[in-house]
Design a protein around this ligand. Structure first.
Ligand code: MC0
Length: 133
C-alpha cells in the first residue's frame, strides 16, 4: 500500500535561512521550489535518495504551518508516504475508521495528488499520502 517515504515535511520559521543551513550543513542543493497558496505554504525540496526533505515556510500566521509554528515551534510537521492508488488507500482507511482530513484526493506540489490523514488517529503524526503524477 505504501511504496516508500516520499518526503519528510519540516516547518521552518525562515525558509531562506533554513535552505542555506541545509545547503551548507549537508551539501544539498534544492531540487524544487513551489508556492501552494491553497495550502498556505512555500516549499523547498532536497532530494535524498529516492525521497525528499521538504522545508515548509508559512505564507501567513493563519495557515496550517503558521499555526503549527506558533503552537509548537519549528520541527517535523508531517510524514509523506508514496502510494500507487490514492483513492483505493483512502477507501481502505475509511473502512478502518481512520479520520481523514481530505475525503478525496487533491492536487499537491510537483503535480502530485495528495490527501492528509488526521494526526489524532496516527499517534500524533500528521500523515500525507502522495500519488506521483
Ligand atoms: C496540528 N496538530 C498537529 C499538527 N498540526 N499534530 C501533529 N502534526 C501536525 N502537523 C494538532 C494540534 O496540536 C492540535 O492538537 C490539533 O492538531 C488541532 O490543531 P490546530 O492548532 O487547531 O491546527 P489546525 O487548525 O491547523 O488543524 C490541524 C490540521 C491541519 C492537522 C487538521 O493543520 C490540516 O488540515 N493539515 C493538513 C494540511 C497541511 O498541513 N498543509 C500544509 C502542508 P490538540 O491535541 O491540541 O487538539 S502542504 C504540503 O505539504 C503540500 C505542499 C505537499 O506536500 O504537496
Amino acid at each position: 500500500m505504501l511504496t516508500q517515504i516520499d518526503h519528510v515535511g519540516i516547518a521552518v520559521s525562515d525558509l531562506g535561512e533554513a535552505v542555506e543551513r541545509y545547503r551548507r550543513t549537508f551539501g544539498l542543493e534544492p531540487t524544487h521550489r513551489e508556492r501552494m497558496d491553497d495550502q498556505g505554504v512555500e516549499e523547498v525540496l532536497f532530494a535524498v535518495g529516492g525521497s525528499f526533505v521538504q522545508l515548509l515556510g508559512a505564507l501567513g500566521p493563519d495557515t496550517p504551518v503558521g499555526r503549527f509554528l506558533r503552537k509548537r515551534g519549528p520541527g517535523v510537521h508531517h510524514v509523506g508516504y508514496r502510494v500507487a492508488h490514492l483513492a483505493d488507500v483512502l477507501d481502505h482507511l475509511r473502512a478502518e475508521g481512520v479520520s481523514l482530513i481530505d475525503e478525496a484526493p487533491r492536487p499537491g506540489s510537483r503535480g502530485t495528488t495528495i490527501a492528509f490523514v488526521h494526526p489524532k488517529d496516527m499517534g500524533g503524526v500528521l500523515v500525507e499520502l502522495v500519488e506521483a503524477p
